[in-house]
Design a binder for this molecule. Sequence first.
Ligand code: SF4
Length: 229
Amino acid sequence: MRPKNLDQIKREIESCERCPRLRKHCRSVAREKRKQFENEEYWGKPVPGFGDPFAKVLVVGLAPAAHGANRTGRMFTGDQSGLWLYRALFKAGFSTQAESSHRSDGLTLLGAYITAVARCAPPENKPTPQEIKSCARFLEEELDALPEIRVYLALGRIALRGLWAVLPDEAKSGMKVPDFTHGGEIRLKNGQRILCSYHPSQQNTFTKKLTEPMFDKVFEQVKIFLQTK
Ligand code: SF4
């Protein structure tokens, strides 16, 4: 069977109802809204991946934020994590803009694609293992639809685990599930690589567990790897 293209995958994600708890939560957040966004119409649906169909870098996050991507409909858009991610992408040359504010702000990713292991905003930012498992097929389909990927950037331990679960056998044959360390590099059997970074969540950035230079350095690692043959 031919792999689905990214547009097909996006349509299927947006209409998915497989996780009742998450769908209920997203709809409720979209209805009730946060005071500062009360005049906006929230997206409220599962959030598809976003970026360059010929991406060489796949950024894998955890899940949309309730008042971020669940509001704007674009991955990592409209919240603090997104400020960090798009700024770093821009500095590294993977984005045309340093800020991603809404779906029609003109931003284009260059050689990068952003996705997540769960597409619906979870209560307390914690999808259950079963919800991640239910959503895994979309990530697997994206991997098939993005033939140029050379580097995966896993933002956090859960993203790394979720990505690992859907990698094809030829990439990880005989390898154990890798440990997560910030800045860690995992060489896959098919020549691809996984780089790991702490997630740029407020919890990590406010506490300085992740600083801007630390995050930028990971993107430098990505660039250096892409420059190698
Ligand atoms: S998290 Fe994924 S599988 Fe679950 S409802 Fe949302 S899109 Fe569907």
